[in-house]
Design a binder for this molecule. Structure first.
Ligand code: SAH
Length: 232
């Protein structure tokens, strides 16, 4: 219910107003985010609608926040960094957009909302059903109609919809799932946190033929990538 109240207010007021959002964009620029297409989408995407009303006033702080079910909405800087990393000089870009993108770990759908305007088609997989339903609602509310969701174990990817120009994983496995590598298109990029509970490496993996080049982008802390799906 509380979500519904804040949902109605896409424009926001006070701590969720456009002015507060501009301050966040300023911070992202200061921290080195330089891709204007990413910054523009982040500027025009209301992050407060993804949160419970009691947390909405923190929506434009550069922090991750709880969304229930022991999960979090990612920190804006990390979302910007991951989106920029998969987009930057990608050979598949057409009019600033990627083709097929896979997201693993939809959560509340914030990252989905940031990548959707920058891709022709987004496929997003989440293992917790109620979160997937929330994300679906949020994405519909924003008028984004190029996203398809699936309730499943995303570590297996979504083979029938691949290959993908980019795969964005928002949960950390101990090892990169081979299925995700196999579903990358030529020149495709996988951005994924890898490691244990405390600290992980954010890796950017680029495919050329059967070769995979890995770059370490940052030290991060994501929720773990878990196996299997759950109903509620
Ligand atoms: N993308 C979100 C962040 C979600 S947090 C955002 O923009 O804020 C990571 C999500 O990954 C959680 O919702 C968790 O349930 C999900 N997850 C963990 N393991 C998964 C798996 N194997 N398959 C699909 N989703 C998974």
């Amino acid at each position: 219910m509380s979500n519904q109240v804040s949902n109605v207010n896409l424009a926001g007021i006070g701590m969720t107003s456009q002015r507060t959002r501009e301050r966040l964009i300023g911070r992202l620029i200061e921290q080195g985010i330089g891709d204007w297409s990413v910054l523009d989408v982040m500027r025009s995407t209301p992050r407060h609608i993804f949160l419970e009303e009691a947390l909405a006033h923190k929506a434009y702080e550069d922090v991750s926040l709880p969304i229930g079910y022991n999960q979090t909405i990612s920190q804006p800087y990390i979302v910007a960094k991951m989106t920029e990393a998969v987009l930057k000089n990608h050979p598949a870009l057409e009019q600033g957009k990627l083709g097929n993108v896979l997201e693993v770990g939809t959560g509340c759908g914030y990252q989905t909302a940031i990548i959707a305007p920058l891709a022709r088609k987004v496929y997003s997989v989440e293992r917790i059903k109620p979160l997937l339903e929330k994300a679906r609602k949020n994405i519909r509310l924003l008028g984004l109609n190029n996203v398809q969701f699936k309730h499943d174990d995303g570590s297996l990817g979504w083979k029938e919809k691949g290959p993908f120009d980019a795969i964005i994983a928002a949960a950390a496995p101990q090892q990169v799932p081979p299925e995700l590598l196999a579903q990358l298109a030529e020149n495709g990029r996988l951005i994924i946190p890898v490691g244990g509970d405390d600290v992980q490496e954010l890796r950017l993996i680029t495919r050329t033929g059967d070769e995979f080049k890995t770059e370490i982008v940052a030290a991060v802390r994501f929720v773990p990538l878990l196996v299997g799906q759950i109903q509620n």
